[in-house]
Every structure is written in structure tokens, then in C-alpha cells.
Design a protein around this ligand. Structure first.
Ligand code: JFZ
Length: 309
């Protein structure tokens, strides 16, 4: 609705954060035969890491450098008005102490803090809005796998997790669904899920990956890594792009876009009435790499210099 999206049509710039158990690999997996496989948030699947190894990695995952105030300050310095963080990516690993299952950072790792609660507090204190990314596709839950005869049980757990996310952390400005393209998920389930979210949190704006990415799904479209050639006024849109060549942390990826090129993207997107969700990837300690923080600061300086006098 237009009331729900009002803030969003003014606040054109947000921070996307890809942070999860995959970040602990730093973008690299060394197989038992010594060969190295590189990937980021898809590393479990694309490098075929055995689940027992991936689960063992959780027991060593301790991102104690995560500093919610520093994250929010980095966003604010960049002129970003909202933050969308991955709460659960395709690996199914919940980054908050969910009561729904034990595949989460609280139960499986030595890190006992709740980064979503910390981020919610810091964001509220600094006047930045908070949103959550949630992957419908789940590689870990046995009931979510292709051919599952018990998919509804997974969906019940998914809704329970979304209830936690939408009720335990204050106002959630945006929900960014993903992984909707993968069976057994269906468009009909998407419609039901959107209704469910509206019932829990009517002011949360939802992306169109809740359904089948039609104009009728959710509140806004999600072009990825691109600025649409012919932007439309018929649908709000938010272009997500990452600051280097990966979403999740990859220690060897220093192919950062320049501050000038990032600023051009922002201005171009805003000129076409779109929103820019620019991704950063905190490292295995939970810290946003300094080159990424620096680029955000550079964008913020440009906005300050060229904004209203
Ligand atoms: C998805 C995820 O698989 C990826 O890991 C990341 O989180 C990204 C933001 O979203 O990847 C996609 C989703 C959609 C397209 C391409 C990659 N698409 O529409 O072309």
C-alpha cells in the first residue's frame, strides 16, 4: 500500500548485509585431497561440503568482532537509511536464537549473542530502519528437500521463524524473501505467505520474491546487480548490488567498485525512482572489511557535499 511504502519512496539507499555460517569459510574450502574450492554464501552447495563438516564449522564460528553500533554507523556515514541483513540464507542456518530448531548460531556455536537484537537496538538508537532477508529455500531442513512428503511441516517451521523475526525485534521495515524459485515452493504458497506476513506486521514492506516476481507480488520488484534499462512507475523497485564480486565474505576478493562508480549507481537508481540496496559482507569475525566501510564513507561525503546546502 502507499502508506506502507511511504518512507521507502523517500529513503532510496539501504545497506544489504550477507552474513552467515558461510562467512566463516572466508570464501574458500580446502577439500581432503588438498584442492581448493572458492565460493561465498553458496559454498556449502557449490563446493559440496559434507554436512557433517559444515555443521562442525558451526562449532568454531565465533564472530565476536560483530559491533552493531559500528555497522549502523557505517551505514549512516554512507547516507544509508535502512539495513537488510540475512537472518537465514539457503544453508538454513539461523543467525538468531530461534526456538524453532537447533540449526542456529546460539545452539550450534560458542557465540551466544543475538546479533539481530543488537542490530535492532543500535539501528533504533541511530534512526536507521531494519529489515530482514529470509531464504524460503532451505538446504538443511530434511522436510524442505525436493520430493519431500512433509513439506508442510517445514512451512509451519518457516512461519514460526518469521513470527519470531517479526515480533521479537521491534518494527521490521522490510522483509526480503529469496529462494522462491525452487520447488516444492509454489506461487500459491507465496500468496498465503504474503497474507501471513501482512497479518503479523502490516507495515513491513515485502519484496516480490515472496511470490513469482510479478507486479502483483509483494510491494516492490528486485532487479539484481543491474539498473533496469526501462524503469517503470507501475512498480516500486529496489536494485540490489554487491560492493565487490561476492555477497558473502571472500577474503581474496578485493575487486571493490570505486566510490565514484558506486555513487553513479546510487544517483542513477534514485533518478529513476528506484532504491539501491548495496551489499557488504562482514568477515569471519563479524567485521565489515575496511575497504567497504571506506567506500560507504566516500559516498556519504559526496552526498553531504552535493546535497541540500
Ligand atoms: C540470490 C541468492 O542465491 C544469492 O546467494 C544472494 O543472496 C542474492 C542476493 O540472491 O541469488 C539470486 C537471486 C535471483 C537472481 C540471481 C541470483 N536472479 O533473479 O537473476
Amino acid at each position: 500500500s502507499s502508506a506502507r511504502t511511504q518512507w521507502w519512496r523517500t529513503d532510496h539507499f539501504g545497506m544489504f548485509i550477507h552474513f552467515g555460517l558461510y562467512s566463516a569459510y572466508k570464501g574458500e574450502y580446502t577439500r581432503s585431497n588438498g584442492t581448493v574450492c572458492r565460493d561465498a554464501e553458496w559454498i556449502r552447495r557449490n563446493c559440496a561440503i559434507p554436512w557433517n563438516e559444515y555443521e562442525a564449522k558451526a562449532a568454531t564460528f565465533n564472530p565476536s568482532g560483530f559491533d552493531a553500533n559500528a555497522v549502523v554507523s557505517a551505514a549512516k556515514n554512507g547516507g544509508q537509511k535502512y539495513i537488510v541483513i540475512t537472518t537465514k540464507h539457503h544453508d538454513g542456518f539461523a543467525m538468531w536464537p530461534t526456538a524453532v530448531n537447533d540449526w542456529n548460531i546460539h545452539d550450534r556455536s560458542p557465540f551466544k549473542r543475538d546479533i539481530l537484537a543488537e542490530l535492532a537496538t543500535a539501528a533504533r538508537a541511530q534512526g536507521v530502519k531494519l529489515g530482514f532477508y529470509y531464504s524460503i529455500w532451505d538446504w538443511h531442513d530434511p522436510d524442505a528437500q525436493p520430493g519431500s512428503t512433509n513439506y508442510q511441516a517445514y512451512l509451519t517451521r518457516m512461519r514460526a521463524q518469521l513470527r519470531e523475526l517479526l515480533t521479537n525485534y521491534g518494527d521490521i521495515a522490510e522483509l526480503w524473501f529469496d529462494g522462491e524459485w525452487e520447488a516444492p515452493w509454489t506461487a500459491a504458497e507465496g500468496t498465503k505467505l504474503e497474507d501471513y506476513v501482512r497479518g503479523l506486521s502490516p507495515n513491513t514492506i515485502v519484496n516480490n520474491r515472496v511470490g513469482t516476481r510479478t507486479i502483483a507480488d509483494g510491494d516492490f520488484g528486485t532487479p539484481e546487480q543491474e539498473i533496469p534499462a526501462t524503469p517503470t512507475d507501475a512498480q516500486l523497485w529496489e536494485s540490489c548490488m554487491t560492493i565487490n564480486d561476492h555477497w558473502g565474505y571472500a577474503s581474496y576478493d578485493s575487486n571493490f567498485k570505486s566510490t565514484a562508480s558506486l555513487t553513479r549507481n546510487l544517483v542513477g537508481i534514485a533518478a529513476s525512482s528506484g532504491n539501491y540496496l548495496l551489499n557488504v559482507g562482514p568477515d569471519d569475525h563479524g567485521v565489515i572489511p575496511q575497504p567497504e566501510v571506506d567506500r560507504l564513507a566516500g559516498m556519504g561525503a559526496w552526498l553531504t557535499a552535493n546535497g541540500p546546502a
